[in-house]
Design a protein around this ligand. Structure first.
Ligand SMILES: [Ca+2]
Ligand SMILES: [Ca+2]
Length: 104
């Protein structure tokens, strides 16, 4: 049996400090099934773990905000690049320059 599409991904969650603020952010990759076209596709979502008290540096009061793909944040590029076929997101310093790189 051959598949026209890649194997479906039921859903993956990665905990990565994307903006390197020492607080873990969450990247979700979820699988969906299009019954009309009978094909799977994925959506990638980023949940940012942000300060809820900007006036007090170091405050542990946090809030979770979904990052829009239309955001001005450079991290929105992850969502755009993942498109509807992304199945894996990882953060690793591939070139060992001290800055995290993203693997899709
Ligand atoms: Ca973070
Ligand atoms: Ca790097």
């Amino acid at each position: 049996m051959t598949r026209a599409n890649p194997a479906p991904v039921p859903g993956r969650a990665r905990v990565i400090d994307l903006n390197l603020d020492s607080f873990p952010d969450i990247v979700l990759t979820l699988d969906f099934y299009d019954t009309t076209n009978k094909s799977h596709f994925t959506k990638t979502t980023i949940i940012m773990n942000e300060s809820n008290d900007e006036d007090n540096f170091g405050s542990l009061d946090r809030k979770y905000t979904r990052l829009s793909k239309d955001s001005d944040s450079p991290l929105a590029e992850i969502i755009k690049q993942a498109g509807d076929t992304g199945s894996f997101v990882a953060g690793i310093d591939i070139d060992e320059d001290g800055a995290m790189d993203i693997v899709l």
